[in-house]
Design a protein around this ligand. Structure first.
Ligand SMILES: [Zn+2]
Ligand SMILES: [Zn+2]
Length: 137
């Protein structure tokens, strides 16, 4: 989005992890897959940026968990905050950033719901944003 500031910052609840992102952030994709459900406690809402644009300002408590054979998730080992998702295949050129960890205002919008076929049954997606049963297109 053109309204995204040139530099964005964010971090976890306890402050053990802080990061800065240069340039535009992707609009938010909400992922309802089982892995996102179980790590976030609900569904994930993730922005993201080229990995090269992300600088870790503080990473004392940052830990990575291999959540599948093709991706890993960055979280704070002290406060438990979910921060990042990145593919472990290829060049790791992309990092998704959990949108709630960005310092507001983000000027972002949710643009898509993905893996809605895997969502849990206790909520309804009713925001009018496009949905796909599986991966983003
Ligand atoms: Zn923390
Ligand atoms: Zn997911």
């Amino acid at each position: 989005m053109s309204t995204t500031p040139a530099m964005s910052t964010g971090g976890c609840l306890c402050g053990g992890v802080r990061y800065a992102v240069r340039g535009a952030l992707r609009d938010v994709i909400a992922c309802h897959c089982s892995q996102c459900r179980r790590t976030s406690g609900h569904h994930v809402a993730a922005s993201g940026a080229p990995s090269a644009n992300i600088t870790l300002l503080k990473s004392d408590t940052l830990a990575w968990y291999s959540s599948s054979d093709r991706a890993e998730r960055g979280f704070c080992s002290r406060c438990g905050g979910n921060l990042f998702w990145r593919p472990t295949t290829g060049e790791r050129a992309w990092t998704s950033i959990m949108a709630g960890t960005l310092d507001p205002p983000t000027h972002l919008k949710i643009r898509q719901h993905i893996f809605v076929a895997d969502k849990s049954d206790y909520y309804t997606i009713a925001d009018g944003v496009p949905q796909t049963a599986g991966d983003s297109t």
